[in-house]
Design a protein around this ligand. Structure first.
Ligand code: FAD
Length: 427
């Protein structure tokens, strides 16, 4: 589909075209040769992960190199706000650039996606690993001492909200922070935290006011924490969807002391910071989905025209054509839904209102349709679709995984319905 140009508004056209061609060039010249050089380590999980499920040091170093090179080339932090060391490019630009990257490289190139944790690419920072809107309200000392290395791709963060008994229901968290002199002392544990096996720092959410918490009106605060500090223990990797290791993990805090200036934003108002991160994640996931589906469609169109069955290319059978057409219908719908949502998010600094309903609609639709899209692409490819030679089965697993983090499909629908029942019925 060359229709992408039609959708790029005039005001960001040059910027998007420059970023897309620059990033393609960057990945082709810097990342792909690294992949080739590393060979089997990348594709054989027995070599990729150690016995605890953690990526081996060679992989960790290679990913750091990609991030740092990308940062030096001006890509890694391009969508992060300027105040945290990024370039502050808008959300619509992010949608176009992430779509273009995933469409060209697909979901299954090891260094580009699954090795990182199903959510984004190491060439572009996200709120679960790098500089993001969540860090805008850190103290001046954190900004000065920590953010430069984070936006340079040298150090990484993770976003630690969920716990064993609190996933969809954020208000169920049990981790607590108590003030003691000039410090906060944190006790508790977190689970399912993307990038936690590798992160240098964690944004940890903890209860700081039980009364506000009981009323669900606040009482949660966010803290910037060093993962190497005494009292912080990484408890283990949680591999998902058939992999032998991964990027998700759990950790615990035992009298973990953090200086008072590590509080992020306003005390007791950390829930808003969490929602800022999660909203960013939902849009980014949706943008990735457009590109992932484009990749699956491109491969299916190629394959359908060259694969012969009963003396004809399978593309001549209506059953196959309908699958291709259904993929196109979903991609087209997804793309303009996500772009409209991105345009609304860009008005946030003026209106102070996040388009909560639209973000949930876009995330739910994009991830669910991506799974259907990969199912169809596998079907078009027959047995080839199931092999590890093609990244289609990986795309299917990624898509299935994406239906859980940053809010399950049920939680997105709950949010959409609640917003409408509060009067937000504009479409
Ligand atoms: C790969 C992966 C990466 C993740 N990364 C992070 C991360 O970086 N940081 C982080 O903090 N967390 C992370 N999470 C946690 C993720 O946000 C939670 O898993 C998710 O919110 C669901 O919570 P849960 O697993 O506890 O399921 P539950 O909340 O127990 O839900 C179980 C089921 O009940 C449904 N359900 C729950 N409440 C309702 C309701 N009110 N109405 C209808 N249905 C409901 C759910 O939709 C689901 O189907 C990650 C999870 C995964 C799988």
């Amino acid at each position: 589909m060359a229709a992408a140009d039609v959708g790029i508004p005039e005001d960001i056209r040059d910027l998007v075209k420059g970023a897309v061609s620059g990033m393609h060039q960057f990945v082709d010249s810097e990342v792909l040769p690294m992949e080739q050089q590393m060979g089997q380590v990348l594709v054989d999980e027995r070599k990729f992960f150690d016995e605890r499920g953690r990526a081996v040091q060679e992989i960790i170093d290679a990913k750091r190199q990609v991030r740092m090179k990308s940062a030096r080339a001006g890509y890694y932090a391009m969508f992060a706000p300027e105040s945290v060391g990024g370039d502050g490019l808008g959300v619509r630009s992010m949608v176009f650039v992430e779509e273009a990257l995933y469409r060209r490289y697909g979901p299954g190139r090891p260094l580009i996606t699954w090795a990182k944790g199903f959510l984004t690419q190491p060439t572009i920072a996200s709120f679960v690993d790098g500089p993001s809107h969540m860090l805008v309200s850190v103290s001046d000392s954190v900004r000065k001492d920590y953010l430069p290395a984070i936006s340079a791709g040298e150090k990484m963060v993770c976003f630690a909200l969920s716990e064993a008994d609190a996933g969809s229901d954020v208000w169920g968290i049990n981790t607590r922070a108590k003030r003691d002199g000039d410090d906060w002392v944190i006790n508790g544990s977190k689970q399912w935290i993307t990038n936690s096996p590798y992160a240098d720092y964690a944004v940890v959410f903890a209860i700081t006011n039980d009364d506000l918490m009981a009323e669900r009106k606040g009482g949660i605060s966010a803290f910037f924490v060093e993962t190497a500090a005494d009292g912080y223990t990484f408890d283990g990797v949680l591999p998902v969807m058939g992999h032998q290791g991964g990027d998700c993990g759990s950790m615990s805090f035992d009298n973990l002391r953090v200086p008072a200036d590590r509080l992020i934003g306003v005390q007791d108002q950390g829930f808003q910071i969490a929602m800022l991160g999660i909203s960013e994640g939902r849009i980014s996931i949706s943008a990735n989905c457009i590109g992932m589906c484009g990749y699956a469609l491109d491969r299916s169109l190629e394959y359908a025209q060259q694969r012969m069955s009963f003396g004809k290319p399978i593309s001549e059978y209506q059953a196959i054509q309908f699958m291709l057409a259904d993929m196109a219908i979903d991609i087209f719908t997804m793309k303009y839904m996500v772009l409209q949502t991105a345009a609304l998010v860009e008005t946030f600094p003026q209106t102070g209102r996040l388009p909560v309903k639209e973000i949930s609609i876009a995330k739910a639709y994009a991830v669910e349709k991506t799974q259907e899209c990969y199912d169809r692409a596998i079907q078009v490819h027959g047995g080839m679709g199931l092999t590890n030679e093609m990244p289609l089965n990986e795309g299917f697993r990624v898509a299935r995984t994406l239906r859980i983090p940053d809010g399950t499909g049920e939680i997105q629908r709950r949010t959409i319905a609640r917003q409408m029942l509060r009067g937000d019925t504009v479409f």
